[in-house]
Write a protein that binds this ligand. Structure first.
Ligand SMILES: NC(=O)c1ccc[n+]([C@@H]2O[C@H](COP(=O)([O-])OP(=O)(O)OC[C@H]3O[C@@H](n4cnc5c(N)ncnc54)[C@H](O)[C@@H]3O)[C@@H](O)[C@H]2O)c1
Length: 318
């Protein structure tokens, strides 16, 4: 299988490519990997250092570039996106262009080139917010931020290409990822790098927002399982199963960095901040045998250690 990975220089995409090329994934025989990435502030070639990968710098919304790069590939794994909610509130245009238009451009090219798999990486945020229980794959989407609305738009477009054109589209919707190589704009790396530098950490609102945490290695294994064995036209949840309020997570990060609550600065809540996300991931377990394997306590400790040991990676990004 010749695979085109978009956004492969980012946090999750680079983890997927690294694992694909070093350990491999069950059920996936891959001969060539091409990464298409615009190298925005969030993309970093160093994330792919030492890997035997063809790297193409380019924009997923650039029709000519995508047409040229996609030819000759059997599968597309589409990670590329503007992925930061706060940024989407400040700069909706760039987020909508990349996430919605970029996905449509890729889908068109994938249809023209008759790829055999198109996996679109989506998010639990498309559902909005849920007070109790969890969403399953049939729950209605109800996005609240420009980011989640753009992801819902691209996710539904991908499914529409399956229904309209019979393009073999697969959609994964995952919960909040953590792990090494995540940009320090995101909660866990931001808190850890601030704490390592003796700076305060900003906690939104009352700290009661709940997120379900998923190690990036488990997420990528879920993506690989769906790519290998998922049914076209279907959505699969990939949830980590560890629910924490931001306040609880802050306590764990403070402890991991030997810091106290005096380092926490309450800041006004994010506009339209979703209160709670929770996925029911039964389907991917039943159909494809996936489950999260990384214990949260161990995964978080290993992540904090990685940021402690890799200052040269994150210092230039702050
Ligand atoms: N990080 C999470 O917790 C999380 C949770 C759910 C879903 N997701 C989804 O997973 C995917 C990957 O997320 P991430 O955290 O690795 O994001 P990231 O911001 O770390 O990486 C995004 C990558 O996409 C590239 N990119 C951005 N715009 C582009 C464009 N126009 N053309 C080509 N490349 C472009 C960037 O250069 C970067 O390498 C995204 O689709 C995101 O919506 C992430």
């Amino acid at each position: 299988m010749r695979v085109l990975v978009t956004g492969g220089a980012g946090f999750i995409g680079s983890h997927f490519v690294r694992t694909l090329l070093t350990r491999g994934y069950p059920g996936l025989t891959v001969s060539d990997v091409t990464v298409l990435d615009k190298l925005t502030y969030a993309g970093n070639r160093a994330n792919l250092a030492g890997l035997d990968v063809r790297f193409v710098t380019g924009d997923v919304a650039d029709v000519a570039r995508v047409e040229q790069v996609l030819a000759g590939h059997d599968a597309v794994v589409h990670f590329a996106a503007e992925s930061h909610v706060d940024r989407s509130i400040r700069e909706s245009a760039v987020v909508t262009r990349t996430n919605v238009l970029g996905t449509q451009v890729l889908l068109d090219a994938a249809y023209r080139h008759q790829v055999t798999r198109f996996l679109h990486v989506s998010t639990d945020e498309v559902y909005g917010s849920i007070a109790v229980g969890s969403w399953d794959e049939r729950s209605p989407v109800d996005p609240r931020s420009p980011y989640s609305a753009s992801k819902a738009g691209s996710d539904l477009l991908a499914l529409a290409y399956h229904r309209t054109h019979d393009l073999p589209v697969l959609v994964t919707r995952c919960s909040n990822n953590y792990g090494p190589y995540q940009h320090p704009e995101k909660l866990i790396p931001r808190f850890v790098t601030n704490l390592l530098d003796g700076l305060p950490v900003p906690l939104y609102g009352d700290g009661g927002n709940v997120r379900e945490w998923l190690h990036v290695d488990d997420h990528c294994a879920g993506v690989a399982a769906v790519l290998a064995g998922g049914r076209p036209g279907e959505v699969y949840h990939v949830g980590g199963g560890t629910e924490l309020t931001n306040r609880e997570l802050t306590g764990l990060l403070l402890a991991a960095c030997d810091a106290g609550w005096d380092r926490v600065e309450a800041v006004p809540d994010r506009k339209g901040h979703d209160r709670r996300y929770a996925l029911d991931s039964t389907k991917i377990g039943t159909e494809l045998g996936w489950r999260p394997r990384v214990d949260f306590t161990a995964g978080l400790a290993e992540t904090v250690r990685w940021y402690r040991d890799n200052r040269t990676w994150w210092e230039p990004l702050r």
